[in-house]
Design a protein around this ligand. Structure first.
Ligand SMILES: [Zn+2]
Length: 95
């Protein structure tokens, strides 16, 4: 489980939504990523990538890329969204 301050994460989610400007697939990915960050105990940021044990039992290592089906088919996936959110979150912490 990641140790996340929800108020700070809310702000990052909002910025993420602004950035994808109406792209429905990314919006869906961000919403799911946010829920997983709150609820999924099997997430670990190793300093460059976010390691995720997903619902399907697969372990993904996500940063700019991912190993899941959606990524292979060229679609946004929540793993990458989660990775990005956590990285933005960490950057804010270190400002
Ligand atoms: Zn993925």
């Amino acid at each position: 489980m990641l140790n996340i301050d929800q108020d700070r994460m809310e702000q990052i989610i909002q910025e993420a939504f602004d950035r994808v400007s109406g792209n429905r697939r990314w919006q869906t990915a961000i919403v799911k990523a946010n829920r997983q960050i709150e609820e999924n105990p099997y997430m670990h940021f190793d300093g460059s990538a976010l390691l995720i044990l997903s619902d399907s039992g697969e372990i993904y290592s996500a940063n700019g890329s991912c190993q899941c089906r959606a990524y292979q088919e060229g679609f946004p996936c929540w793993h990458r969204a989660a990775s990005r959110l956590v990285q933005c979150y960490n950057e804010i912490l270190h400002e």
